[in-house]
Design a protein around this ligand. Structure first.
Ligand code: CMP
Length: 138
């Protein structure tokens, strides 16, 4: 699945009414939406999704934030999807995100940073499978 990535519009961006603007930017940047849903993460589910960060100091805050309200999960397709999408969203810390990137436009802080993008083909597959069943991601 090297032409696919996984994204989540995080609770801050959903609460601030940015779902439409963010999806518009994603599709206008050449990504095709393969799967899309709004849902919520329980603290338990958020903890499972972010298990790789378990030992990090920000883990508890991250889990609390990601389970604080609805999110939008999506699988996206484009040539060079992982790298192109990470360029489109900008740096994790929005104060370091390039002008015009999604985090530069919509994120408030390193925690409430509006959007997630997978960092590798392997994680894109794991993360997409976490939210979508096989028949939802054809
Ligand atoms: P993301 O890469 O989508 O997933 C992990 C999240 O942890 C990251 O976005 C940030 O929102 C959050 N986070 C908080 N503090 C840090 C930090 N110091 N380094 C990396 N991620 C952090």
């Amino acid at each position: 699945a090297s032409n696919r990535t996984f994204t989540m519009i995080k609770p801050d961006a959903v609460a601030n009414g940015h779902i439409g603007a963010i999806l518009d930017k994603i599709t206008k940047s050449g990504f095709k939406i393969i799967a899309l849903k709004q849902t919520s993460l329980s603290a338990e589910k958020a903890g499972e999704f972010y298990a790789v960060h378990k030992e990090r100091g920000f883990y508890n805050d991250l889990v609390a934030f990601m389970s604080s309200g609805p999110i939008v999960a999506a699988i996206l397709e484009k040539d060079n999807a992982i790298d192109d999408f990470r360029k489109l969203i900008g740096a994790t810390d929005p104060t370091k995100a390039e002008p015009g990137t999604i985090r530069n436009l919509f994120a408030k802080s390193i925690d409430a940073n509006a959007i997630h993008g997978s960092d590798s083909d392997e994680n894109a597959e794991i993360e997409g499978n976490f939210f979508f069943s096989a028949f939802e991601r054809i």
